[in-house]
Every structure is written in C-alpha cells, then in structure tokens.
Design a binder for this molecule. Structure first.
Ligand SMILES: [Zn+2]
Length: 314
C-alpha cells in the first residue's frame, strides 16, 4: 500500500513537472547564476511565429517616455534579460522575487535565446500577471548593424520562442504574442525602425538608465537610488537588468522603489503607461545623450551578437 502511495505521488509530481517543466521554488538556485547554463546558439524549434501583428501605422519613432496629464504620477520599471549568441547569462531571481513580494508590475524585455536558455524561469514568470513580456531580439543583435534579413530573424525567432514557451505552460489567458520591442545597445537605424514597425512592434527605450556600475554595496546603492529618483519624472521609463550581469540590482531597485513610493508614484507596465498619455519619441536610441552608445558597435562581435560572421537567420 505504501509503495502504491509513493508511486501515485511520484506520478503526480512527474506529471506536474512535465506539464510546466519549471521549478517549484522561486528562490534562486545554481542554474540562475551567470553562465551556469551551457550555450546553445541553434535557432528556435519554430522560426516563424504563428501570430503576426498588423503593421504599426503611427510614428515609428523610439519611445523614451510618456507625457501624462498633470495629476498622474505613474512610471514603468523595465528589466532587460538578454545574452549574446556566444554565451549565456543568468536570471536575477532576487529582482523577480522583490517585484513579486511588493506586487509591482514590470515589463521584462527578453532575448529569445535567453528565453530558451532560461525557459524554466520564463514559464514560471508567465504564471504571475504582474509581469509583461516583451521582445529584445534573439541574441542581442545590434539593429543598426544587422541586415534586413538578420533583423527580421532576430525579432521573429524571439516571437516564436515566446509562443513555444507559452504553449508549454498550458496556461489560459496569456497574451498570444508580444507587442513591444527594445533595441539592444539602444542602437537603431531609420531602416530598422521601418522594419520593426512593419512587424507591428513598438520600440520602447527609457529616459532613466538606472544602473551605473556595481550596486552590491548597500550604501552605494542608496546613493545611486537618490540620483535615479532625481532623474525620474511622471511618465518615465526606467531601465534595469534582471540577467545577473549588473551586480546588486536588487539593492538599487529596493531603494528606488522606496523613494518613488514615498513620493506617491505608482508603478505600471509599459503597455499601460502608453495608454495613459502621449508617448514622446526620438529618432535614435541612446542611454543618456544622443550617440553615447555608438562606441558599442565595435565591442560585441560583428553585429552585437558576439559572432564573427554576420547573423543572417540562415
Ligand atoms: Zn540587452
């Protein structure tokens, strides 16, 4: 009888993990560490997404913030989760868990390859609707340097990977596809903006780049947070990372959230922020000042993916 019970329990456990293939715990583990998961640069199982979007017919500029009416104090916290073709990063569960504990909505810009590498976490994250998932290219391709074919593949492979993982969760009610896009390195070209708009995605950058250096030291994080808060205005979009590349992000995030909450700010997803006011656009992506990111063109392989040969999607 005992054996039968154990067998039934095992069956239950294995079917539960088969259905969702994700960890029971949200607590960080060894697989979340940077480079813990072996690299795999193969294309996604399906390279064409099943769900297309209508071409975006408005101004195809780069959105940095949203102009809100005077009495609204909302901002969007955004987190990039990305890696190159040539390596893997991690998943910062301290950040994810802080947002969950505080019930703070956030928009996560994920690389498609990163989504596959960290699929157990992505499927878990999909179960909590405070999170909005968005497209951040397949393997961090630089949109100013990719060929039109390469750019389309970087975007569409990511849309496909989202669909594949969404299907695997078996969850009802998840969005069919992602509608927001973030430029890796903040780099673009006018040709790239046209292609992204044709694919129906809207380009979301930030007006406040939050992380500047290592925030592992809580005192330093406190100082950085004051600076970040001073740059934040109603309608701001803040850039953080949750791929365990910048250090101590959760310390900084905690302090920023404290200061902004005390100042009566509310936190919303980017898609909600867009519906609350008038997006303010520029033609070119950047960190703090136009062209401050051009030097990154030479740093990460031939086209931002870390590769020596151009990424073409072939
Ligand atoms: Zn990135």
């Amino acid at each position: 009888m005992k054996a039968l019970k154990t067998f039934a329990l095992l069956l239950l456990l294995s079917s539960a993990s088969f259905a969702l293939d994700m960890p029971d715990s949200w607590q960080t583990d060894s697989l979340d560490r940077r480079r813990a998961i072996p690299n795999d640069s193969a294309p996604p199982e399906r390279t064409e997404p099943l769900h297309g979007l209508l071409p975006f017919s408005g101004d195809e500029g780069v959105i940095r913030r949203v102009k809100l009416s005077d009495d609204v104090k909302a901002v969007a916290l955004t987190f990039d989760m990305c890696e190159l073709d040539t390596n893997t990063t991690g998943c910062d569960m301290d950040v994810i868990n802080f947002l969950r504990e505080q019930r703070i909505p956030a928009t996560l810009f994920m690389g498609g390859k990163w989504m596959r590498t960290h699929s157990r976490r992505v499927k878990q994250i999909m179960t909590d609707d405070i999170f909005e998932l968005a497209n951040h290219n397949w393997s961090h391709g630089n949109c100013a340097l990719l060929s039109p074919e390469g750019l389309k593949a970087q975007i569409l492979w990511t849309q496909s990977e989202y669909e594949l993982l969404r299907e695997e969760t078996g969850l009802e009610g998840l969005p069919e596809t992602m509608t927001l896009f973030r430029l890796p390195y903040g780099r673009n070209s006018q040709r790239a903006l046209k292609i992204i708009a044709e694919l129906g995605l809207r380009v979301i950058q930030w007006d406040v780049a939050a992380e500047a250096g290592d925030n592992s030291n809580p005192k330093r994080a406190k100082r950085s947070a004051k600076l970040v808060a001073s740059m934040t205005k109603p309608g701001s979009i803040l850039l953080f990372h949750a791929n365990s590349v910048p250090k101590g992000t959760v310390n900084l995030l905690r302090e920023v959230v404290n200061i902004l909450s005390d100042d009566d700010y509310v936190f919303v997803k980017v898609s909600d922020l867009l519906n609350m006011g008038e997006p303010e656009t520029v033609r070119d992506g950047y960190f703090s000042r136009p062209k401050d990111n051009y030097a990154l063109d030479k740093k990460f392989g031939i086209d931002g993916t870390g590769r020596r040969k151009p990424f073409t999607g072939k």
